[in-house]
Design a protein around this ligand. Structure first.
Ligand code: CTP
Ligand code: MG
Length: 202
């Protein structure tokens, strides 16, 4: 609660709404390296598959042709660059936010997560993507076949786990990130499908 809430008898809804927007903005900031890392292979991937075309003992591909070396490396690189740009921009963000909300320690934890967090979020996102494909192949799903929840959230959950040593976001921020990721993943995949980058809308 801020001083203005105590003094003012006007409806406190508006400041409250700004606080919620600040949580969403913080969740977007946290998710950005992982999202960029995860989206990059769709545009820059291709070439040699990470599993080298090898099969698992169940007779199915280890990961499949959808997981390429170039996509993985390009994703980690662009995600890391995103984190570096965020690190450079971070000091300018709190003064802007202070005009509307209290910049809490929880928000600062994410804003100032630093370049290693960006790298680890990217590495984690693409590793989570590989784990997802491994699980999908074991379940007998073809490359590109839909695995609800796993496709949308696997990469972000793994990103947060791998980055946990350097950034520990509050549960509310993590929860918001998961919800926003579900929504944006759906929107971006449909857009990628409509633009012809993806062969399936999921
Ligand atoms: N991609 C890539 N390298 C990666 C990850 C993705 O080249 N490490 C590219 C592939 O062209 C892939 C596309 O991005 O087809 C979409 O990625 P994704 O949906 O994760 O893969 P799927 O093709 O759906 O394969 P899977 O079923 O294994 O998830
Ligand atoms: Mg897919």
């Amino acid at each position: 609660m801020r001083k203005s809430d105590i003094i003012s008898h006007e409806a406190p809804q508006e400041p409250q709404m700004y606080e919620e927007l600040a949580i969403i903005e913080t969740a977007l900031w946290l998710g950005l390296p992982a999202w960029i890392a995860n989206a990059t292979p769709v545009l820059l991937g291709g070439g040699r598959p990470i599993d080298g075309g090898r099969y698992f003992r169940d007779g199915r591909r280890l990961l499949g042709d959808g997981k390429t070396v170039r996509g993985f490396i390009a994703g980690v690189l662009l995600g890391t660059i995103t984190g570096i740009v965020q690190t450079l921009a971070a000091p300018y963000v709190p003064p802007l936010m202070e005009q509307f909300v209290t910049v809490t320690p929880e928000i600062r934890e994410v804003l100032f997560m630093g370049p290693y967090a960006g790298f680890l979020l990217s590495l984690g996102a693409l590793t989570g993507d590989l784990v997802g494909s491994f699980v999908k192949r074991r379940a007998g799903l073809r490359s590109g076949g839909p695995a609800p929840v796993l496709d949308q959230l696997g990469f972000i959950v793994m990103a947060l786990i791998v980055a946990a040593p350097v950034v520990q976001p509050a549960p509310l921020i993590v929860g918001t990130l998961l919800i926003v990721t579900l929504l944006t993943h759906y929107v971006s995949n449909v857009a990628g499908y409509l633009m012809g980058y993806k062969k399936d809308p999921w």
